[in-house]
Write a new protein. Sequence first.
Length: 178
Amino acid sequence: MKRIFALLFGLLLIGAGCSTGAVEGDWYLTFDLPDEWVMVQAYKEGNSPEGVKVTHDQVEIFLQSADTHMIFGGRAPEPEEVALISKEVQSDDMIKISVTRLDSHRLVPSEAEDLGDGWYSIEPCGGEECDGAGQNYMTHYLETEEGDKYLFRTYVSGREFAEAEEVIFTAEEVTVTE
């Protein structure tokens, strides 16, 4: 009986060695998003493609604290813009993180603070001057061991940056599933 268990345990170890541990996903990075958060295709304020899935051929995606159309800077959309948007429009109590896959030749700015593990951070401006109509923002960079680079621009209105950073730092590279 001991031999059977030893054989089964050995096969289990061999199988575990063959596992790649790769994460599959629709984009280049995957995130552990809290409830209510969504990953959506990037859109411009005033228009929003509906029902378009995030795919690998998109350079930029948004991580949002709600499945709404977010408008920052205190600007309300024009009535004709709202008619084009089928989602609720939100301009307060929100977080939107723009994640852009960068060209491999792009350098992380020298003034960026090294946070370790390939992460860098820049506060684009200081204190109250960052606060335009209740809008705050922060920039992060991720440089992976393979040399891939990503830019994270975080926009916060009525919430805390810590909530956004918790999401950002869950980023994990994926295996392309096409």
